[in-house]
Design a protein around this ligand. Structure first.
Ligand SMILES: NC(=O)c1ccc[n+]([C@@H]2O[C@H](COP(=O)([O-])OP(=O)(O)OC[C@H]3O[C@@H](n4cnc5c(N)ncnc54)[C@H](OP(=O)(O)O)[C@@H]3O)[C@@H](O)[C@H]2O)c1
Length: 275
């Protein structure tokens, strides 16, 4: 089976790529954008560039394509250009495994099931470019494809397969190392998912014939505050270095409160467990 991982040099993509490399039944290729690449054998490719994308894709002709690409402020271009390039090149036999987000539920009234309606953020919200592009991506995939899995994930954490920590944990470590306290909100509730569990779930969907939308993660949700207390302790620091932040900061007021995900569908569908 030939698999192509787009975004194979990223936090999640590195884990997916490395685990696929270790599987002798899979012939895996991957792409990166900015040097240095996390693996020597990745292909440098801007998926927004139609000609180089087309040339690369025709050389590969994969059986499965994994989307682990993200570009924050340029997310809309990535979906309008890069994802469209993939969609127009896929044959009906080629499966797309698309890593999506809990931020498609911008009303923040979770927990959400897979078939709950998604919604857009107001355009003036700082997170709207990313969230609304992911909503658009899911819409394109649903409209244009049959052979796909959309895997939605909440905040992804933990050390990936090449020893990198997620940005949120890196940020938590700064005050902890300086013996300072740090505050997180107790009213923002998420389904946090470990990067290795997610990568392994992606690989199960690479290998199986299941299609449709699934929520990846454990069956528990936590606030940022509760999660970060737990992370601090897991990293060997006192949990009381983490404090509760104010829920009423003007700047944060439009952040969706509860985007937690119901995960029984994936638990019943695949063998992967989520810590
Ligand atoms: N991190 C989270 O908490 C989280 C939560 C929910 C869902 N997700 C989803 O998980 C997936 C992976 O996210 P991540 O956290 O691993 O992000 P990441 O570390 O930023 O990786 C994204 C990768 O996308 C690549 N990329 C960006 N623009 C590109 C372009 N024009 N052409 C080709 N490649 C491009 C970058 O390549 P280079 O590094 O080589 O430049 C980067 O490695 C995304 O679909 C994201 O929406 C993430």
């Amino acid at each position: 089976m030939k698999v192509c991982v787009f975004g194979a040099s990223g936090y999640v993509g590195s884990s997916i790529y490395k685990l696929l490399k270790e599987d002798s039944a899979i012939d895996v290729t991957g792409t990166y954008l900015e040097d240095p690449a996390m693996f020597d054998d990745l292909n440098k490719l801007d998926i927004n560039e139609p000609e180089s994308f087309s040339e690369f894709y025709k050389q590969q002709e994969p059986d499965v394509v994994v989307w682990s690409v993200m570009s924050g402020p340029d997310e809309d271009e990535l979906i309008q250009e890069g994802l469209q390039h993939i969609i127009t090149h896929l044959t009906p036999q080629t499966k797309l495994v698309y890593v999506s987000t809990d931020f498609v539920f911008t009303e923040g009234k979770g927990p959400y099931a897979e078939d709950d309606p998604t919604s857009r953020m107001p355009d003036d919200h700082p997170l709207s470019t990313y969230a609304n592009a992911k909503v658009k991506a899911e819409h394109f995939i649903n409209r244009e494809l049959l052979n796909y899995t959309i895997l939605r994930a909440g905040p992804i954490y933990g050390e990936n397969e090449i020893g990198q920590l997620d940005e949120r944990t890196e940020k938590l470590l700064v005050p902890l190392r300086l013996k300072n306290t740090v505050a997180y909100r107790d009213d923002l509730v998420r389904t946090f998912v470990h990067v290795t569990d997610l990568a392994q779930a992606v690989i199960e969907f690479v290998k199986n014939d299941l299609t449709g939308t699934y929520h990846a993660g454990p069956d528990k949700s936590q606030s940022y505050y509760a999660f970060m207390v737990q992370m601090a302790e897991a990293l060997g620091y006192h949990g009381d270095s983490v404090e509760q932040a104010s829920e009423y900061e003007e700047v944060d007021k439009a952040i969706p409160k509860n985007t937690s995900l119901m995960t029984d569908k994936i638990t019943n569908a695949i063998k992967q467990t989520f810590r």
